[in-house]
Design a protein. Structure first.
Length: 302
């Protein structure tokens, strides 16, 4: 990732040298320096080769050593790691096959997938795990937030487009509703780049309503997300204070008493016990009296 970022710096790139054949009687070959197009330094290529060779070796070893191959393939972190490593080989192949292209930066676009390796830190960072769990628990609120934002963006983009056309405005920046979508998004999220601003009073009024609606729309689901984050954070802190042997959650088994067989009413002893229990439950105030009853079995006295 560091190599991917550094090779885009102007000081880390070298000018591209093109081989131009001059059509003369002697077919001379001349070299010209093209300062418009630059390429990364060759050192970054060797660094990426070493790093991706190590990542490939790591993926193979982890796949072979995993107890469940299916769970390994389904793992989100493993999919990201495999995709990021595969993008290097795809980029290398495309550069070899399409080396004649003038704009090679298009091929380097596939290298952006390697930034996804940052998600591998979730295995070692408790904070990122808490953040991901918070987003999962707040998925409903986030979907609702996006829905209301899209609804408000479309409404206010249409309103500001027609509001700016009501009065004569030669400096109108809203030439179409799609341009108004960008303005509405920037205004509702309270960013406000200032590249597009309404010039008429009607457009300013629509802009004020758009800003207020954006603040209210974004502020409503925030307490739920913060509550989920606080819950997961407190749970993680409490779990970290436990001994390592008790951190793993084990299902609790309900203790069972000694197994008792159902009474056999044909047996004289079981019949007497059953009859005695029925007599005590039916006549609780006289429990201290002598109980003489006949069992429901074969008529023997208890």
């Amino acid at each position: 990732i560091l190599s991917f970022c550094l090779k885009t710096h102007p000081n880390m790139r070298v000018p591209a040298i093109k081989n131009i054949t001059v059509q003369t009687s002697e077919s001379a070959v001349a070299w010209t320096l093209d300062k418009i197009q630059t390429n990364p330094h060759d050192a970054f290529f060797y660094i990426e080769c070493v790093c991706n060779a190590w990542f490939t070796f790591e993926i193979i070893i982890r796949f072979v050593a995993s107890p469940s191959k299916l769970d390994f393939v389904r793992g989100a972190v493993n999919i990201i790691d495999f995709t990021a490593t595969l993008s290097f080989y795809i980029d290398l192949t495309l550069q070899k096959l399409a080396s004649h292209l003038e704009n090679a930066d298009i091929l380097e676009f596939f290298s952006i997938i390697r930034i996804m390796r940052l998600f591998k830190l979730t295995r070692h960072s408790a904070g990122l795990k808490i953040l991901i769990q918070t987003f999962k628990a707040s998925a409903g609120e986030l979907i609702l937030l996006v829905f209301f934002l899209v609804l408000g963006i479309v409404i206010f983009a249409s309103l500001v487009y027609y509001a700016e056309r009501i009065q004569s405005n030669p400096e109108n920046d809203f030439n179409s509703i799609p341009l108004g979508l960008w303005w509405a998004l920037v205004t509702m999220t309270t960013v406000g780049y200032g590249d597009m601003v309404p010039k008429t009073y009607a457009g300013m009024f629509v802009g004020a309503l758009c800003a207020l609606a954006g603040v209210l729309t974004i502020a409503l689901p925030v307490p739920v997300i913060v509550s989920n984050f606080a819950m997961f954070y407190s749970h993680t802190q409490a779990r970290a204070k436990l001994p390592k042997k008790r951190r793993r959650v084990v299902p609790i088994e309900v203790p069972r008493g000694p197994h008792r067989r159902p009474p056999d009413l044909k047996n004289p002893k079981d019949a007497c016990k059953a009859g005695r229990q029925q007599q005590v439950m039916a006549d609780l105030p006289r429990r201290n009296q002598t109980i003489r009853t006949r069992g429901p079995g074969n008529g023997e006295e208890c």
